[in-house]
Design a protein. Sequence first.
Length: 228
Amino acid sequence: MADILGESEETLIARGVAYAREYAAVVEKPTILAKNLAAVSVALRIKHGDMVGSSYAYRQEVSDLYTRSGVEGETLDRLKAAVRYHIGNTLRRQMTTRELRRHGLLETSPLERLQDSRRTNSALVAAVKASQEASSIPSPKSAKARTVTGTQEAVVQPPATSGADVKATADHLRLAHVAGNIVRQMDTDVIDEHMTEGQRAKLDEELAALQKTITQLRKHTRKRRSTG
């Protein structure tokens, strides 16, 4: 810092412009280089007839590649993780759905799964927000007011179109919408291919409880519709 304090404002601005340009020039390079390494890895897999990358020959060549690069430690770990991500995307651009299935690979790319994850997170955030808003005002069914006249209590019904009624109605519709969004985020491939037996059993219990709750609620929606 001290070494540039003597520079003029014009020089400082020129220095800042140069730094900004250099930043813009290098910021994309790690991604580009990781993609290029992924392309090399996929090309090696094709030459070995090993699209999954599980053969000893392929693994040995890739290991030698990284050893000769001299990259080590956490930098190497980050590089390998980035390359694996781009390999997954590259493979799904090179292979047909039938080929992916034949090799036991998921049809969706890491990028698509990341996007799905973001959609899931958005649905969960929306659910939390809707739940918090729904609990901020008491339900109309418990909004009966009690007034005391002498020694007797008189039950006063709330107005039919009170603000609580409108709020609760909107909240229920919003809760149903976000609940549906969350359930639709579930992927059968994850359940079939990645869950353990215990995890599938736990998920089945949760879904059964959810189904029971939905069945009870639908008794009321169907009742209202048939008697209206």
